[in-house]
Design a protein around this ligand. Structure first.
Ligand SMILES: [Zn+2]
Length: 368
């Protein structure tokens, strides 16, 4: 009797065990089906993002930062560097990092920031000609820069020496890239191990403004500015300059050959990739079939530590209305996220990891 009862127990346990194995196999199959449904998701860090929260008293940067968090979770973006766009004194009430720093600090694992786009950049372009830079102005500029770093910024951005106007209300900005205040900023960045996010629409030779640029505010002739940029980069070997918007060049001069030459010559130069539509398709990294172009792949492979992703996404609070340039750019952000994922998925895995995340962590001293 005893042994028959034991046998019954034995078979009972066997059935339970088999059912368990079966369930585990089904669960594994389901999860595999889920992961194989889309392309493998590659996580990335966006080092060049603008948030739009409006101006006081109708200001909502909490909402803009929450909107950023929502798209990050959806798109696999682990962190963002937020910065004010490069503004000038002729625009209504420029804003800087103070507007958005509080909500960012509440999410310190997901965000870091740069400052100066609404203060240092305004001073730079208000002065214009470098001959007007007095000692007093240099001190004011330096005090402002140091205050930005004291508040926790990883550096200065978005700073522009040459910025084309693409829409009404979008400023044309132009000063010499080796302006004395920019050289000073490079010294400050070098001394404090900070980064400069630099917008610079490159002009290799004097060029008549193409017909898609409105004249004014853009000038009828765009003046060559390459040499002044090299002087800025050569000024301090320690100042880390991140040249923004690689891969979506507007004028056609920022070729892979030029990038190679610059990266070889200037060892503290980095480039942030904006894999969006630009005006000079020959300089995009992706083919129409979404493969990495050969010259781009060899550039990225030869300088794997010098590229990061800077999507130039504009993300607005849902409470903000209106049709200014920022809101128009905000409509393009989803497309930029999608193209960036496509770009990273097309890269060899180790390169995607570096460009997508690891370089940004190192460059901006982020927590992993
Ligand atoms: Zn820019």
């Amino acid at each position: 009797m005893k042994s028959r009862a034991a046998l019954r127990w034995f078979w009972f346990l066997v059935v339970i065990a088999l059912a368990g194995v079966h369930l585990a196999l089904v669960a594994a199959a389901v999860s595999q089906a889920q992961t194989s449904a889309g392309p493998p998701r590659i996580e990335w860090i966006d080092v060049h993002v603008h948030v739009i929260g409006g101006r006081a008293p109708r200001q909502d940067y909490d909402g803009a930062v929450n909107a950023a968090l929502a798209v990050m979770d959806e798109a696999g973006i682990t962190k963002m560097l937020i910065m004010p766009p490069p503004q000038v004194h002729t625009q209504p009430s420029p804003y800087d990092y103070e507007s958005f720093v509080k909500p960012l600090k509440r999410q310190a694992k997901r965000f870091a920031f740069l400052g100066g786009g609404g203060s240092l950049n305004v001073i730079l372009h208000a002065v214009g000609d470098g001959s007007q830079v007095t000692d007093r102005l240099r001190r004011r500029f330096e005090d402002q820069a140091m205050e930005i770093l004291r508040q926790g910024a990883r550096g200065f951005g978005e700073i522009a020496a040459h910025h084309l106007s693409h829409l009404s209300g979008h400023p044309y900005e132009s000063i010499a890239a080796d302006h004395p205040l920019l050289l000073l900023l490079a010294d400050i960045a070098a001394r404090n191990d900070a980064v400069i996010d630099f917008h610079f629409d490159l002009v290799a030779e004097d060029t008549k403004a193409p017909e898609w640029l409105a004249v004014p505010p853009n000038p009828a002739v765009l003046r060559a500015n390459l040499a002044s940029f090299e002087r800025l980069l050569g000024h301090s070997r320690k100042a880390r300059v991140v040249w923004a918007h690689a891969g979506s060049d507007m004028l056609g001069y920022w070729t892979t050959a030029l990038s190679r030459r610059f990266l070889e010559r200037h060892t503290s130069l980095y480039m942030s990739l904006r894999v969006g539509p630009g005006r000079a398709p020959q300089n995009h990294p992706l083919t129409k079939a979404n493969e990495i172009k050969r010259d781009w792949l060899s550039l990225l492979q030869d300088f794997p530590d010098r590229f990061v992703i800077g999507g130039d996404q504009f993300i607005a609070s849902p409470l903000i209305q209106g049709g200014g340039p920022g809101m128009i750019f905000a409509q393009r952000a989803a497309n930029i996220r999608e193209r960036t994922s496509t770009f990273l998925a097309a890269l060899p895995v180790d390169l995607a990891r570096k460009i997508g995340r690891e370089n940004a962590v190192r460059l901006y001293k982020l927590e992993n």
